[in-house]
Design a binder for this molecule. Structure first.
Ligand code: PMP
Length: 337
């Protein structure tokens, strides 16, 4: 019989899949996507959730029957809720009221409690997002992972994602491309790959992809629509020494490339994956122009497009912001059929 005891045993060891048509290159470097939406909770964040919880158990910060409190509504919440449920912890997530009902329902489906705070109050108001999450995390038995400062976030990537990529490429990787939110992925994977390359006498370039407007690419926090990446502050989990370069990508390019990945590579991924893959494609073109067709680029795709069906994959939503869908010709009205 072949089975695992818990879904938690399936976190990590995601495959590398070669990108093809969307690169628009006849003879270029090998571009491989690390498909993180194949994690059991549907994103790369399963890795940090399990590592942060294990470390808190080991240090005693999280006691049996304790409660995990985190201000998140996204992928980290799903990862934490999944691991917490399997290990018998309670989970409370605090989120602003602008977070969609679908996202809240995903967390509740895993058994987590969701506390919704009004956006229209000042940060010092007792009901504000900040005050509510502070109060909850100060209660007895509560533990706050804080993915923006927890060293086990980048460490999980140093210990799992990085080694997987090194082994899967047989040490032949030359470039690693990823988006940056907390910076945990780029810091952990980037450091591991650079250390291994140095030992092997080779070199790996680490490239961050960033939404135009975010601080990582020199912006001031100007708003952008792609979710999960870019910041308006420098998180503690971001190691400023790791990235060799940051490629800035517009929302328009991120979204149109996200749609292309679904239509041409059968990869239904989120906008941050489209953004990172667009940067990888640009890099592949640059390397091809330099004759470096032997390069091996790995790009990390953090999550699935299922969470964005009403946004990136909704033509009306894209159209509302003036973005092209690239798929207009395929839609017929009932009268045309
Ligand atoms: N994409 C998505 C969809 C995410 O949720 C995150 C995490 N915020 C990232 C990319 C960036 O990953 P990291 O936090 O490790 O920089």
């Amino acid at each position: 019989m072949q089975y695992v005891n818990s879904l938690l045993d399936l976190i990590g060891n995601t495959p590398l899949v070669r990108l093809g048509r969307t690169l628009d290159l006849e003879d270029g470097p090998l571009v491989l996507a690390k498909v993180e939406y194949l994690n059991p909770g549907g994103s790369v964040k399963d890795r940090i959730a399990s590592r942060m919880i294990e470390a808190a158990e080991a240090s005693g910060a999280l006691q049996p029957g304790g409660t995990i409190v985190e201000p998140t509504s996204g992928n980290t919440g799903v990862g934490l809720a999944m691991v917490a449920q399997q290990k018998g912890y309670k989970c409370v997530f605090v989120c602003p009221d602008k977070v969609s009902e679908d996202k809240r329902n995903v967390l509740k489906a895993y058994g987590a409690e969701v506390v919704v705070c009004p956006t229209a109050v000042a940060p010092e108001h007792p009901d504000s997002y900040y005050n509510v999450s502070d109060r909850l995390s100060q209660q007895p038995g509560a533990w706050k992972p804080d993915q923006y400062s927890n060293p086990h976030n980048p460490r999980s990537h140093y210990e799992t994602t990085g080694p997987e990529i090194w082994e899967q490429t047989d040490g032949k990787i030359t470039h690693f491309v990823t988006g940056m939110g907390t910076g945990g992925t780029i810091s952990g994977v980037g450091r591991f790959l650079k250390e291994q390359a140095a030992l092997a006498g080779t070199e790996v370039q680490v490239i961050g992809a960033d939404p135009a407007g975010s601080v990582y690419s020199g912006g001031t926090g100007r708003p952008y629509l792609v979710e999960g990446v870019g910041e308006d502050f420098w998180p503690e989990t971001y190691d400023k020494t790791v990235a060799d370069r940051v490629i800035e990508v517009s929302d328009a390019d991120s979204f149109s490339f996200t749609r292309r990945l679904a239509r041409e590579e059968a990869m239904l991924v989120g906008g941050s994956a489209g953004m990172a893959a667009f940067a990888a494609r640009q890099l592949a073109h640059e390397l091809a122009a330099e004759g470096r067709t032997d390069a091996v680029i790995v790009v990390l795709l953090p999550d699935s497009g299922r969470g964005y069906l009403t946004k990136v994959f909704n033509d009306d939503w894209l159209g509302q912001y003036g973005f092209a869908t690239g798929a207009e010709a395929d839609h017929r009205t009932v009268g045309e059929v």
